[in-house]
Write a protein that binds this ligand. Structure first.
Ligand code: AMP
Ligand code: ZN
Ligand code: ZN
Length: 418
């Protein structure tokens, strides 16, 4: 009887969890492409979370290998620091480094607002005030070009008051067939209502990489399943006969970490004096009283083994994560960066074997993927490694969208790939 009740409770809680997710399409009313925008081509921006730069070759993802042969492939793409999901997805669509767009991590503390952001809290994820920059879909909608999102970080929040014309609340319960059919349905809408920019996001490879590690057979299987979905998506889109350009990216890679000897919170940190945020490879300390910074920093510096200690003002410049870059005041006063493959870990549960977050300039396994194909792209071209902030000017160019705000991408990719 007792076990029956436990099973019943589990089934009920799962049903409730599913029921809480809104799986209906959200449509902004009364939007139309301008006649000029109706002449433009189409872009589908796909992100496979945690799809490390070498996965397609390592696991023989035959469809992706064939698709990239018809277009462009980068040696790899460099994610911004920290190499986490939310900061990097949002860098890709804004052309800005995390400290410049404000989404500095998946979870972070904002001392001015005296409030934390969390990717797990709907109220935060859907609150446009957390998000800086001008995401590509906002740029498009501002220029009377319609956009659609089958998930992307930021796409569920009105940013500068604007949501994509078509979007969904993030959920992992929707079958892939339905998601692909929705993309095809969007492309079959009458010209006035047809989106020209579509974002599409897949979490499964990241999940497998965390749970089993980047070298595990389960991760191989996740890569191959995703590869099959890419074939289904491209075949389905081909039936529309439209000039669609595909850009396949990921946000970061994956590393097998040391799960046996993790780093505890250093004893020198007095939690009465500091707000501690983060964990894993980046721990950030926000001083409640700035006077505490110097002595704690000194003590940590003396004690530190297997991790580096920085004050915000002396963070390595290439990380773009120090005082000079901190536009939103969300970076900690003191930062602890673990040396790969070490992680900070504050719970008694053993951490999962795979993770990401390290400086991509030091840890190649953090590098991400970039492939692109379609009528606008050169064929059979391999380009050297570049930063993910370069994707923004590329897509703006493809869609003929103009912008005059400053971004971090330099636009140097355009000549090489188009
Ligand atoms: P991490 O690997 O810790 O950087 O985070 C990856 C996780 O982000 C994925 O497993 C997804 O569950 C989650 N995620 C991605 N996009 C969204 C979104 N739009 N809203 C909420 N969670 C998301
Ligand atoms: Zn990710
Ligand atoms: Zn991840």
């Amino acid at each position: 009887m007792k076990s029956f009740l436990i099973v019943l409770a589990c089934v009920l809680s799962q049903t409730l969890a599913v029921a809480q997710v809104d799986t209906t399409q959200r449509v902004a009313p009364n939007r139309k492409n301008s006649p000029e925008q109706q002449q433009k081509p189409y872009v589908i921006l796909i992100s496979a979370d945690g799809f490390r730069y070498d996965y397609a070759d390592k696991y023989q993802a035959k469809n992706l290998l064939a698709l990239r042969e018809q277009g462009v492939q980068a040696e790899s793409m460099v994610p911004a620091f920290p190499t986490k999901t939310f900061p990097n997805h949002y860098s890709i669509v804004t052309g800005l480094y995390p400290a410049h767009h404000g989404l500095v991590n998946n979870y972070f503390y904002d001392p001015q607002r005296k409030e934390s952001y969390s990717m797990r809290e709907r109220s935060k994820v859907e609150d446009g005030r957390w998000y800086g920059g001008t995401p590509l879909w906002v740029l498009a909608e501002q220029q009377q070009m319609l956009s659609a999102s089958f998930f992307w970080v930021g796409s569920e929040a009105p940013i500068q008051g604007i949501l994509p014309t078509y979007h969904y609340q993030y959920s992992e319960v929707m079958p892939m067939e339905k998601r692909i059919q929705t993309v095809v349905d969007w492309l079959n809408l009458p010209e006035e209502r047809r989106p020209h920019l579509i974002t599409f996001y897949l979490p499964e490879v990241d999940h497998a990489g965390h749970r089993y590690g980047p070298d595990a057979p389960e991760t191989k299987q996740a890569v191959q399943e995703l590869d099959t979905h890419m074939k289904q998506l491209t075949d389905a889109v081909a039936t529309t006969g439209l000039p669609v350009n595909f850009i396949f990216v990921s946000d970061h890679g994956m590393l097998h970490i040391d799960t046996e000897n993790t780093l505890p919170l250093p004893a020198a940190i007095d939690t009465a004096k500091f707000m501690v945020s983060g964990g894993g490879m980046v721990v950030e300390l926000h001083a409640k009283n700035k006077k505490a910074i110097r002595s704690t920093y000194r003590q940590l510096k003396e004690e530190a083994t297997k991790y580096q200690v920085y004050r915000k003002k002396n963070m390595p410049r290439h990380l773009r994560y120090g005082k000079k870059d901190d536009r939103y005041g969300r970076i900690g006063d003191i930062l602890l960066l673990s040396d790969a493959p070490k992680v900070f870990h504050f719970s008694s549960r053993k951490p999962s074997p795979g993770t990401h977050g390290y400086d991509a300039c030091q840890v190649k396994e953090m590098h991400a993927t970039f492939y692109a194909w379609g009528p606008a792209f050169r064929k059979g071209v391999k380009v050297p490694t570049f930063e993910n902030v370069e994707v923004y000017p590329l897509i703006a160019k493809l869609l003929g969208l103009t912008f005059d705000h400053k971004i971090d991408g330099k636009g140097k990719l355009l000549k090489e790939v188009l």
